[in-house]
Ligand binder design. Structure first.
Ligand code: KG4
Ligand code: ZN
Length: 377
């Protein structure tokens, strides 16, 4: 599959990077090749989900995830090489997510990449999973820097400006739950099944969005941070008061929750767009607003975001769904960007449960409730 060309670098020869991902509940391996002229191609792109293993528990169980990654990852590397018709000798660098994420899971990809790097004598690149997401739009489109990105998944909800490879400014992030978590946990309360987001969206289609009054989180507050814990609690309280709830009740509450989440994402993103324009007054319209993460699959969310973008001279785009959710192609891409810049890692690179993409802004404005070990993201 041919991809958008990369930004010009000083790369002299064709390079091939194997990327590995295992930070949440997807085990993934991908191989990316880039020629000196910047043209690039994905030679393999494999993702193995674990939904069936976690479904009985209504959420991702870290120990089950870690075990499943360990069992799957070696085979996936072999499959990826087979799909690309390559051997390990053809790989110039091994990139793996080193965090943030469930550390037992992160270790599966990272240790595998270390072993491969050690065995072949080729470099290791320890990739920040969030950088993978931040660069993922550039897998499918020639998106120029700087661009505004909303990353909205089960683990993360944050707005950032990607100014260049390795230069990211976080404008805001969630102070409690991620948006996907709010979808999943509300769906779980209503017994809609796992994963909750898509199930809730389905119920919402036949729901009355006006029936339950739900607050739009942080409405009118300055800044671009998000909060979804209050909304989740409000939804649970409404649910608990319903006697013998029917499918119509489920649909109405789903519609209310979905609408409140979509509104909040759009309002906070609108503020981030204003900040982007202030910072980069010369970026021509339509200015780029990229959305990545599993929640970007939700139609109400997409509509709210693209309306907010259009009002402000931005254009909302999302990578194809397979690169919106967790995947290894984005890890291979981030790895490639570092490899061509000579940025590789030692074999003692640590797995990091928390690893803010914008360390500086995260330190200056740590997300509230992020725990004593520092901000999650
Ligand atoms: O990016 P992703 O696959 O994995 C990580 O969280 O890293 O995102 C998964 C999240 C889950 O919370 C899931 O419920 C949510 O994305 N999601 C949705 C929809 N599809 C996936 N939420 C709302 N509506 C959807 N259609
Ligand atoms: Zn992710």
């Amino acid at each position: 599959m041919d991809l958008a060309p990369a930004s010009p670098t000083t790369q002299e020869k064709t390079l091939t990077v194997l990327g590995l991902e295992s930070s949440c509940d997807e085990t993934a391996a991908a191989i990316l090749r880039r020629a000196p002229d910047g043209s690039q191609e994905i030679l393999a792109d494999l993702v193995l989900g674990q939904n069936d293993a976690h479904a009985p528990f209504g959420g991702v169980v870290p120990e089950i995830a870690a075990r499943a990654h360990v069992e799957a990852i070696d085979g996936l590397v072999v499959e990826a090489l087979k799909a690309a018709k390559l051997t390990l000798d053809d790989i110039d660098g091994f990139a793996a997510t080193a965090g943030p994420g469930l550390v037992g899971g992160v270790m599966a990809a990272l240790m595998t990449a270390k072993a491969l790097a050690l065995g072949t004598g080729k470099p290791l690149i320890a990739v920040n999973h969030l950088e993978g997401h931040a660069l993922s739009p550039r897998l499918s489109e020639d998106v120029a820097f700087p661009y505004l990105l909303l990353l909205v998944s089960g683990g993360h909800t944050q707005l950032l400006i990607a100014e260049d490879v390795g230069v990211y400014h976080r404008l805001g992030s969630t102070i409690d739950d991620a948006a996907g978590e709010a979808f999943d946990k509300t769906a779980k309360v209503m017994g809609l099944g796992f994963p909750g987001g898509p199930a809730l969206e389905k119920f919402a289609q036949t729901g009355d969005v006006e029936r339950f009054a739900l607050p739009t989180p942080l409405r009118g507050r300055p800044g671009c941070d998000f909060s979804f814990a209050g909304l989740k609690t409000a939804a649970r309280q409404i649910w608990d008061k319903l006697e013998n709830p029917s499918d119509q009740d489920r649909a109405d509450l789903s519609a209310g929750v979905q609408s409140a989440i979509a509104k909040s994402l759009a309002q906070r993103s609108g503020r981030a767009m204003d900040m982007f324009v202030e910072r980069y007054p010369n970026v021509a319209e339509p200015r780029p607003f990229l959305v990545a993460g599993g929640v970007a699959a939700n139609k109400a969310v997409r509509t709210a975001l693209s309306d907010a973008a259009a009002e402000r001279g931005f254009e909302m785009t999302a990578p194809p769904m397979k690169w919106c959710t967790d995947n290894a192609a984005m890890i291979a891409l981030a790895g490639m960007e570092h490899l061509v810049r000579g940025q590789t890692d030692d074999l003692d690179a640590a797995a990091r449960p928390r690893w803010p993409l914008d360390e500086q802004s995260a330190k200056m404005n740590p997300a509230i409730g992020a725990g004593r070990k520092g901000p999650k993201a």
